[in-house]
Design a protein around this ligand. Structure first.
Ligand SMILES: Nc1ncnc2c1ncn2[C@@H]1O[C@H](COP(=O)(O)OP(=O)(O)OP(=O)(O)O)[C@@H](O)[C@H]1O
Ligand SMILES: N[C@@H](Cc1ccc(O)cc1)C(=O)O
Length: 519
């Protein structure tokens, strides 16, 4: 039996109705600040005391305050989130047009929206970030985001978009991954506890929001018996419909086929939606376009099991690299969100390397910059005066700040500056560690450099061939210690030269750099 939800592609005429021509300012881009409309932060009429930081700043460092819900401090629906997402190219398909009225009525209650993340690695990556960004847009527009950890589903493995079966993960790995993914979510969303008293947070003067609530599907699956599953879920599922799903069809045609375990995945995710709808009031599920089949499994089950019509699904397009492959983890080179697995510096660099052809699309999808500002950048890119990489710099800054906070961005900028030819930034060990992997390095004991001649260190570390070469370089003004020019041939390394008691950075000329690690 075919799925009972129609997939609604966004036709171009339909889209043009939704995208009223933007109010772009004329030529003076990058000189005049663009005045963006207020962010779609939920606002209330009555002023509140104790202003705290605004929603657009980093969620990590901003103090927020749970407040008791009253008629006057409930976050209002300030803009229809579906329109916002459409304008930014963040909608691939909707299960039903009614989702617009469900999300857009200023007098109606906020919706709860969920996105699941299976802990299949210790960190989420740039592709997964899209789900968190869409959740964040819902939050900014007054709704309640529910990021779901797939503690149970990771034990089964989602076949969507996979040409081979996922490897089975052991318990220890799943636990480690769960805690990594949970911290990623906490890095970017304002997450609350599970107490009802924490349902509304004051985030600024007169501004309130609903904190995100993290759940784990292992909490309802761990006690679910096989018999119960077959009776309560399996009975409502049609094998024909399950086989027709894209994720199953491709695998059935492959040599390896598909295990029964993976085949049931769509029912697990489908039942998650039933559980969340019934017990938590969650009425929308979002996911990448590869999740369409699983999302439909959920809305179908809600109709059959609960006899309810008010559940909706929304998918967003996958974020693709310039070669057309998706940003993921299987092919290696994943752009991890965890600062332990990828330094903020490298994260920044990856975004900075976005080709011109993709940068505007990425600004719309991965940042919260207003569309007017992005439009101005796009226009500027077509002019002769455009300074190359201005748009890339903005993209890298915005996304790094969202993921790693202001501190992470500053670390990335310091490291970028330090590695730039002739950089003169004051270094700290974190930025040096961030750049160390991209530079030759040499490890020695702390005591061997304390009070040692710099000429000796240059030669012993292999930076320069001889003391003579080092002397000549100093005369030419080309030798730097920690980005400071060395003027004195007799320079010895003082304690204060040793960055945080663990590193030195030597540069012979602008490009030939060496990190010395001290133990
Ligand atoms: N490039 C991407 N753009 C948008 N969403 C993505 C992207 N990659 C993954 N997702 C979403 O993140 C969720 C988890 O992805 P999943 O673990 O299947 O893939 P992955 O981490 O990219 O792994 P792999 O590279 O192994 O396929 C899915 O909902 C998927 O839609
Ligand atoms: N299937 C999703 C994760 C997910 C898990 C459970 C859900 O209920 C929803 C989504 C993925 O592959 O990442």
């Amino acid at each position: 039996m075919a799925s009972c939800c129609a997939r609604l592609p966004l036709s171009s005429s339909f889209m043009s109705k939704l995208f009223p021509s933007s109010r772009f300012h004329s030529s003076a881009l990058l000189r005049l600040p663009v005045i963006c409309p207020l962010p779609f932060v939920a606002q209330v009429v009555r002023k509140a005391k104790n202003p705290v930081a605004s929603l657009s700043s980093s969620p990590l460092t901003t103090p927020v305050k749970p407040v008791s819900p009253t008629a006057s401090n409930s976050p209002t629906i300030s803009r229809n989130v579906i329109e916002v997402l459409e304008e930014r190219g963040l909608i691939e398909s909707l299960t039903h047009e009614d989702i617009r009225s469900a999300c857009g009525n200023p007098s109606s209650a906020p919706v709860k929206v969920y996105c699941g993340f299976d802990p299949t690695a210790e960190s989420l990556h740039l592709g997964n970030l899209l789900g968190l960004i869409v959740l964040s847009w819902f939050q900014k527009c007054g709704h309640v985001p529910v990021p779901l950890l797939g503690g149970a589903t990771a034990r089964v493995g989602d076949p969507s978009g996979k040409s081979v079966e996922r490897p089975t993960l052991d318990e220890e790995t799943i636990e480690r991954n769960l805690s990594g993914v949970k911290s990623n979510i906490e890095q970017v969303l304002r997450v609350g506890g599970n107490e009802a008293s924490e349902d509304i947070w004051q985030i600024d003067e007169g501004k309130y929001m609903h904190p995100a609530r993290i759940l784990n599907n292992y909490d309802w699956w761990s006690d679910f018996s096989l018999l119960q599953f077959l009776r309560d879920v399996g009975k409502h599922a049609r094998v024909g419909t399950m086989i027709s799903k894209e994720s199953v069809k491709t695998r059935l045609n492959s040599e390896e086929g598909m295990s029964f375990t993976e085949f049931t995945y769509q029912l697990l995710q489908g039942y998650d939606f039933v559980h969340l709808y019934k017990n938590e009031g969650v009425s929308i599920q979002i996911g990448g376009s590869d999740q369409w089949g699983n999302i439909i499994a959920g809305t179908d089950l809600i109709k059959k099991v609960l006899r309810q019509e008010g559940a909706y699904g929304l998918t967003f397009p996958l974020l693709l690299k310039s070669d057309g492959t998706k940003f993921g983890k299987s092919e290696g080179g994943a752009i991890w969100l965890s600062p332990v697995m990828l330094s903020p510096y490298k994260f920044y660099q990856h975004l900075f390397a976005t080709p011109d052809a993709d940068v505007i699309l990425f600004l719309k999808r991965l940042t919260f910059l207003c569309l007017e500002e992005i439009g101005e950048l796009e226009k500027a890119m077509a002019t002769a005066e455009y300074a190359p990489n201005t748009a890339q710099r903005k993209l890298a800054e915005e996304v790094t700040k969202f993921v790693h906070g202001q501190e992470g961005l500053e670390e990335a900028l310091r490291a970028t500056e330090a590695l730039a030819p002739g950089g003169t930034t004051k270094l700290d060990w974190r930025s040096m560690e961030a750049i160390a992997a991209d530079l030759p390095s040499f490890t020695t004991s702390l005591s061997s450099v304390q009070g040692a001649s710099l000429l000796d260190i240059c030669v012993n570390s292999g930076l320069l061939g001889s003391k003579g070469a080092a002397r000549r370089l100093i005369k030419q003004g080309g030798l730097y210690l920690n980005n400071e020019k060395v003027e004195d041939e007799g320079k010895v390394v003082e304690q204060e030269d040793i960055v945080d008691n663990r590193m030195l950075l030597l540069s012979a000329g602008k490009k030939n750099k060496l990190v010395i690690r001290l133990q």
